[in-house]
Design a protein. Sequence first.
Lengths: 193, 392
Amino acid sequence: MRLKIAVIEQDRDRALQIVDGLAEAGDGYEVAVIGDVAGLERRLKALDPDLVLIDLEDPTRDVLEELALVSGSTERPVAMFVDRTDDTLTRAAIEAGVSAYVVDGLRRDRIKPVLDAAIARFNLFSRMRRELDATKAALAERKTIDKAKGLLMAAKGLSEEEAYALLRKTAMDQGRKIHDVAAALVTASELLR
Amino acid sequence: MSRTVVDCGFLALVDCAPLVIAREMGFAAEEGLDLVLHREASWSALRDKLALERLTAAHMLSPVPVAMSMGIGGLAVPIDALMVLSVNGNTIGVSGSLAAAMRARGVANDVMAAESVGRTLIAAAERQLRVGVPFPVSMHAELLYYWLGGLGLTAPQDLRVRTVPPPRMAQAMAEGEIDAFCVGEPWGSLAVEAGVAEIILPGCAIWRFAPEKVLAVRRAWVTAEPEIAIALMRAVWRAGRWLADPAHRVTASELLAAPHYLDVAAERIERVMAGRLVVTPGGAEREVARLVEFFDGAATFPWRSQAVWMASRLAARFGLDRAEAAAAARACFRPDLYRAALGPLGADLPGASEKLEGALAVATPVASSEGEMSLGPDVFFDGQVFDPEAPS
């Protein structure tokens, strides 16, 4: 029987990443993405998944917690995955930021490949996000430094190299980062304008 | 001198104030701690991170340690409540249409009249009442079941208590997913401000002195690091005492308003701390004594009788053995550590660690380590008295 997996993820790119990861892990999965958390309960009931994956940092997690606690006798009982037995896998999942809810009685050998694939994708995604953030920050810093150089060149008739050398010397003398000195200069010039 | 780092998780609510103040006003630093606060997105994530040692301490819903020790929800890791962080602080709101239907029936103009307001609500609700709470195991849910259950509503036929993350509460109300909510401030007031709800009661109209959040840690950690636990309790207790001074409300509100804490306007926070509740989108305001309390009336003392009350309510709902539940609950509230940590500071300590819950209609002097202290009022809306020795 194909394992039915619901992925709760509002970020479309991220949802696709997870779906891809699960497809790579095997073809025994039927994956549905829930991108809108309004009416979540109803949608989950309609899908009736064996396993639900959700970002640990998603506030909607608490709704799943309720479903895990109060599923009635007519519904299939749901257990939180991070509850018993496999401590290593649980920790790896929490470290990666993924939480999983499974239907009671689902065999561990069926859960593990799904979790492994999800963990790998979550890790990949957060690495990509970190890289993107770092690139953005570096670009923003360079922009500020360029602006500060321009201000110095105009105000003191310096060349670009001289302007940069002045920024660097000031930063070293004051034990600050070049970017911080540049930002202070840019702010000051905006105030004086 | 290097300070001991304590990673503590919290959710963005007014009642995380003792932790924020312990850090920002230097009480933690004075105790040699670097109290690092981490804002979490959900109660389940906070609970799991605490259990799996990603966090050392947590701003936790008071019934959660009790529930975990009873095997309800989450991992089977023993979590203890070192002290109570806050008492009260929730509000109950209804949709605009339900409020209108209640007015048509002549609802009492008194936000503390839980019984008559509740009866009007039940009469005005035409079908199953769907009420949003932040978490299935919470004082919010307990208060609702106690109040509406006591007035004759049976769950789940007449009453459906549903989990809705607080940031979605106003939206869920606007979209007709819920008819009412019970939620911690500032979320109730924000729903009123958004024009989608009216507040009909503060939580304290149901139980005048309900322990709302506790300072939770792993039992294994407190056994291994009692000195750090004591330092943490002292810092948080001092923060609570500082918060009890009305002169500090403006500063406290400004600190809490910061983007990395609550990220809402300071005026709103200050209003809650001052016990002023805006109940209608039109701006009608009510004064509520102890809308949220951080210190007075021995608010921070972890009464084992409070734990037993929660355990016996949970046991009844989940069909568990009450005596076992009461024993587990007693073990996870730690007045023993509270006494050891705060006695030497000159904190006034009650003579007993259990009491009747709901017996005090007015503030009442009782025997304490310093001679006499004032407890209560702590009555339930229906006048029932809970005896932890004979839980019913």
